[in-house]
Structure formats: C-alpha cells, structure tokens
Design a protein around this ligand. Structure first.
Ligand code: DGT
Ligand code: MG
Length: 385
C-alpha cells in the first residue's frame, strides 16, 4: 500500500435520480428504521415528513460502505435534523426509542393491518381505526360495508400479504404474454415495477403493454381481461379507461402525476402444483373451477391469489410509461422534482414537456429521456432509491 493513501471523498448528489442506488446496500440497519418513521408519517398523512425520512434513507442506500460514526455523514445531502437524531441513537444504542415505540404502537400496527387490505387507503383505515377497528377480522365481525375491491382484499388477505416471488412473477408473465398475444398479435409486453429493478420479491406484479402500430392498443384491456376471465384466471379485476387520449385538444399537459393509461388492477388465481408448491408453480388453470372457498385451500393449497397490475400505453408514450412504471416510487418522485425544479420541465408517465421551449420532447427510449433531462442514464437495477 502507498504510504499516504487518502480515502476519496464520496460525492453524493442531492436528487436520487442523479445517483445509483443498488438493491442490496450496506445500511439496512439504518434505512429500515427510517422507513418505519416514513410509513408512520404516511399513516398520519404527513407527506412532507414522510418524504424527508425516505430521502434520508435513500442517501444511506447509495453509500458504498457501512455507516459507523456520525462524522461520516457530515457532507451528505438530505439528512435532516430528525433523521440524524434517529441515526445517532441507532449508532450509539443499537436501536432508536422513537422507532421502537412506533413499531409497537397500537395505531401503527392497526394502520399497517388495515391498509394491508387491498382497496383500503390511509383515509379509510384511519376512519376505521378511530371507530375502534384494528384488523381485517374486525371488518368482518362488525359487518363493515366494503366495496368489491375491499371484499376481495379481505377474502385474500393472507395471500396478498405474502410476498410474490420472482418465480411466481415469471409464471404470471407467461400467462399475460399468452393472453396478450392471443388478442393482439405483435404486442409488446414488459415486466415493470420492482421486478424490473431486480427485486427478488414484490407486493404485486406490474406489466406494461403496447403495440408498435400506434392506435392498435386502443381498447385492448377489455380483450385481455375477457381472455383471462374465460380461462378462469382472475379472482378480481377493475379496469379504468384511458382519459388522456380523450381530452378535447389532443395531448393536454398532464394535470398531475396520476397517469391516464388504460389500467387494470387485478387479482390472479395462480395455480400451484400439489407436489412441491415451493419450487414448482404452474400456470395450468385451464378449466379450473372458480371455487375460492377455504376448503380447497386447506386440502392442499392448490392456488393462491396474486396482485397483478396491467397498463396499456400507446407506442409513442411507451418510453415514458416504461420509465414511470419501473420505480422506485422515490426515484420517480425525484425525477419529476428534478425535471420541474432544475430543468423547467414537466415529466409524467406520458410525456416530457419543456416549459421554456413550450413543446413536448419526444423519446423512444429511457436513455433519451434521461438525456433530455440532462441526467446520466441510470439503469433499472440502480433505481432502488
Ligand atoms: P412492490 O410492488 O411493492 O414490490 O414495489 P414496486 O416498486 O413494484 O411498486 P408498485 O408496484 O407499487 O409500483 C410500481 C411502480 O409504478 C412505482 O414505482 C411507481 C409506478 N406507479 C404505481 N402506481 C402508479 C400510478 O397510479 N401512476 C403512475 N404514473 N405510476 C404508478
Ligand atoms: Mg410492483
């Protein structure tokens, strides 16, 4: 070793979309507690506070080493006073009292359980909490009025809270591919969301579908859904129609970051082989009955419920949709913030609008979008902010 080797200073950029954030990092012992506080802030609808904790956690995820002392953090961006206090406590005592009491709190646990029901958001969960409800079972016992999504959410609660494996995602990919190819030959289907970023498990499986011939994708979703329903593969689905295309004056500037694609929130019935349900998952549910009673489950667990999101995009918006649906959620948020605050642009999953030039910037790939934004290209596997 050279005599006076100096550790090079780490240059940590401010926006998560300027940095590489791998899936596996060195500081989970700090990021997980910070994300508990972020989640708790979301439960009380304190978005600013939640984002602050998530940004702090994201900076630590991008560090190439384990944090051992507070002075290693002094030149890092995004670490607010509160996050630093929590980090300090963990470095000194091994745990943070605030995080541990949050984890143990009745409110946090109830909100986690209630928002864990598919179709239930923070508002509804909070109302139920204030009415004294604590778990999905309480919803049944007190005879709460539930919409269709929530009914499915309660019915398949355990399955939907069991992480989806990559293997299961691959089986579902095959099914979706068969469905789409059957109703629109030549269509393109990509796996987006966490699995595209290299995650081993997810809470759902996300797909984006398009066709190279612009317009061929219109009204595609009902056909896909029909095909899946005919095969008995769906336990629940709700399709929302694209309203972006239908606005009066052509592609209006997207009003918010909520996108307007044709989208299907669904729950798949995934057949599992009886022999070895851990290692062999099969997509063989042709002419399976629609029995969804627990009897079938107890006598061998032959299928399980999995959340699947399908999105259809016109070809001209496909690059934007791909970028927008790959995540992570914080990475997406940071991209939009960068575009707005640093570039005077407005980015959505449909388009990129340049306010200075007063025009849309076209792109055929994610690389081109990063280039328009003046950002170094970050591949999906390093968007795990
Ligand atoms: P997961 O499923 O928990 O393993 O993690 P992700 O990263 O797959 O998260 P997910 O499935 O909630 O969403 C995938 C990405 O899609 C997410 O990073 C942001 C984007 N996304 C989700 N919902 C919407 C939406 O309503 N509009 C838009 N534009 N993007 C969305
Ligand atoms: Mg996902």
């Amino acid at each position: 070793p050279k005599p006076c080797e100096v550790t090079p200073a780490i240059i940590m950029k401010t926006y998560a979309c300027q940095r590489r954030t791998p899936l596996k990092h060195h500081n989970s012992f700090l990021t997980e507690p910070l994300e508990i506080l972020a989640e708790n802030a979301e439960f009380s609808e304190n978005e600013g506070r939640s984002i602050a904790f998530r940004r702090s956690a994201a900076v630590l995820k991008a560090l190439p080493h384990v944090v051992r002392a507070m002075d290693e953090l002094k030149d890092l961006p995004c670490l607010g006073e509160h996050s630093l206090r929590v980090i300090k406590e963990i470095l000194e005592d091994g745990t943070s009292s605030e995080v541990e009491s949050t984890r143990q709190s009745e409110q946090f646990q109830a909100m986690k359980a209630l928002t864990g029901v598919f179709g239930v958001g923070v508002r509804t969960a909070d109302r139920w909490f204030r009415e004294g409800l604590r778990s999905p079972l309480d919803l049944i016992h007190t005879g709460q009025k539930l919409n269709h999504a929530q009914q499915a959410g309660v019915q398949h609660y355990n399955d939907l809270n069991t992480p989806v494996t990559k293997k299961e995602a691959m089986v579902i990919s095959d099914i979706v591919e068969r469905a789409v190819k059957a109703v629109l030959p030549g269509a393109i289907i990509i796996l987006t969301g966490g699995f595209r970023r290299g995650k081993e498990v997810g809470h759902d499986v996300d797909f984006l579908i398009t066709h190279p011939e612009e317009g061929a994708e219109e009204r595609l979703m009902p056909k896909i859904v029909n095909w899946l329903e005919e095969q008995g593969l769906l336990l629940y689905q709700k399709t929302t129609r694209n309203s972006y295309l239908e606005s009066k004056d052509g592609p209006a500037r997207p009003p918010s970051n909520m996108d307007r694609f044709e989208r299907c929130f669904s729950i798949f019935k995934l057949e599992q082989s009886k022999m070895d349900s851990d290692t062999q998952v099969e997509a063989s549910s042709y002419n399976s009955s629609t029995t969804d009673g627990p009897e079938e489950r107890h006598s061998g667990s032959r299928w399980r419920a999995v959340r699947v999101d399908l999105v259809v995009s016109p070809y001209s918006q496909f690059a934007f949709a791909t970028l927008g649906w790959t995540g992570s959620k914080l990475f997406e948020r940071e991209l939009r913030r960068w575009a707005g605050q640093e570039k005077g642009m407005s980015l959505s999953s449909h388009a990129l609008y340049d306010s200075k030039q007063q025009r849309y910037l076209q792109a055929n790939s994610e690389e081109e979008i990063f280039a328009h934004l003046g950002l170094e290209y970050i591949p999906p596997s390093e968007r795990n902010a």
